[in-house]
Design a protein around this ligand. Structure first.
Ligand code: TYD
Ligand code: MG
Length: 455
């Protein structure tokens, strides 16, 4: 007979302890330990030896047959891109995001749209009718998609057995319960157990499973970090509620790069893929405005033009404010210090606000020059032409440094009708300047850019 055992789990990080503790030694949170019933079958001795006999055996790496994973397309280019080129059979994918961001919409849209595949969409959050209404709203009703509203994993696996789907979507992992554990849905041990059941299922049957996961108030994927360890891919769906654009990025991907971005627009009839993000991320300006520049950045494999806005004003209170959205504030401080030292701007007494438009978060150092020029433009109140683009990193001595894949960046700017581009002098090496019609300004120092732009 299986023995019932209880243990204490930190509701914040999932750490386990045999007794209650006030402060979690692993994440430092207070009062997060909750007793949960864990059913552990007694193992060891003869039983475990028997188990071992049927388990996998060690094999020489050369003996293992290598074959390309046969990915299949989700019929959604942006999702395919973020996944690294399509859905890998047997992959367990976690899709996280804040409530209302559009996780259910995205996954239902994929479920309804995917050609020649049987999809089982399991929802523990919405009724069949609600899902049907959503599907009608998405306008896709001819499809091979089965809906199941069930939260008990034992029943779910019965239905999976009957339906034999090619793809399973679970909305959401926090609503599921497994009968082998008594604690309530959404608790750490339930999430862990349910996920591992699906992990086992997807690996054994080669069926991809998408788990939708909630996000905690701190902004991390709810439940536990351990969920992120278990799955093959972690996708994060983000974006501002006020923005119509949604960004899908991968935080972990065993089958592809994590630097790819998928961009969607939320419309009244569902999510639309945005295949040319540069066009939507740039605001059209009727008159020249100071404090705005455009930089050519690369997200994953794709060049994207993004707009940086800066506002410099005299500090109203003693300590000047530094605020930035979508750009690392420490990097902003560094760039301000460079400007202060190299160009003699007294920015330390000014408030500086920086914003990357479109709700994007950019880590690419190639936008440094654009950021600096937006700051100077606002500080001098002289507009930079909306036909000018930037792509270079700025170093501590004010030197303009080259960035990777400059040709792609230039080509993107040229494609979108930009006429001038500031790049590092050292980027010119190895590129054929004559192949571009855009006018390139190779620069080596911040001072140089300043005099070229603002005289
Ligand atoms: P939803 O997918 O329910 O979010 P999540 O599952 O991440 O909690 O998305 C709900 C939001 O999306 C809701 O605010 C309404 C909006 N929405 C649209 O704008 N258009 C649509 O076609 C649909 C289905 C939803
Ligand atoms: Mg939902």
């Amino acid at each position: 007979m299986a023995k019932i055992k209880t243990a204490f789990f930190c509701q914040n990080c999932g750490a386990q302890s045999a007794k209650w503790i006030g402060k979690c030694p692993s994440c430092g949170e207070w009062n997060t330990y909750v007793e949960e019933v864990v059913e552990k079958s007694v193992s060891g001795g003869a039983a475990s030896v028997k188990q071992r006999a049927t388990a996998a055996r060690p094999r020489l790496i050369n003996e293992i047959e290598a074959r390309e994973e046969e990915r299949f397309s989700s019929a959604n280019q942006e999702l395919d891109r973020v996944l690294g080129g399509g859905i890998v059979p047997g992959a367990l994918v976690l899709v996280g995001g804040e409530p209302g961001i559009g996780k259910s919409t995205l996954m239902l849209q994929v479920a309804l749209n995917i050609p020649d595949k049987k999809v089982l969409y399991i929802s523990g959050e919405e009724s069949e009718l609600q899902i049907k209404m959503r599907a009608q709203r998405l306008g896709l009703l001819h499809s091979n998609c089965y809906i199941l509203t069930e939260t008990n994993t034992e029943n779910i696996f019965h239905h999976i057995h009957d339906v034999a789907p090619d793809l399973v979507v679970i909305d959401s992992i926090q609503t599921l319960t497994t009968p082998s554990i008594e604690s309530s849905a959404g608790s750490i041990s339930q999430i862990r157990e349910c996920s591992s059941e699906f992990q086992k299922y997807s690996k054994e049957n080669g069926i991809p499973v998408f788990l939708i996961g909630h996000i905690t108030k701190e902004g991390s994927l709810a439940g536990p970090k351990l969920l992120e360890h278990m799955v093959d891919t972690v996708l994060q769906f983000e974006g501002d509620h006020n923005h119509v654009y949604r960004i899908l990025r991968s935080q972990k991907n065993r089958f592809g790069s994590t630097s790819e971005l998928g961009i969607f627009e939320m419309r009244s009839d569902g999510l639309r893929e945005v295949s040319n993000p540069s066009e939507i991320l740039l605001t059209s300006r009727d008159e020249p405005l100071s404090g705005i520049t455009v930089s050519s950045t690369i997200e994953g494999m794709r060049p994207i033009l993004i707009e940086t806005q800066a506002l410099i004003s005299t500090a109203a209170y003693g300590t000047p404010q530094r605020s930035s959205t979508g750009f690392d504030v420490r990097r902003l401080n560094m760039l301000l210090a460079v400007l202060e030292k190299r160009c003699g701007f007294r920015l330390s007494i000014k408030d500086v606000f920086l914003n990357i438009t479109g709700g994007l978060r950019i880590d690419d150092p190639a936008i440094d020059l654009g950021v600096i020029c937006a700051i100077l433009s606002s500080s001098e109140d002289i507009a930079v032409s909306d036909k000018t683009c930037f792509a270079a990193e700025v170093g501590l001595t004010g030197e303009i440094r080259p960035v990777t894949r400059i040709e792609q960046r230039i080509a993107e700017a040229q494609k979108l009708g930009f006429e001038e581009m500031f790049i590092s002098k050292y980027s010119l090496k190895g590129i054929d300047q004559n192949s571009f019609s855009i006018k390139l300004h190779p620069v080596a120092k911040v001072e140089q850019v300043f005099s070229l732009l603002f005289g």
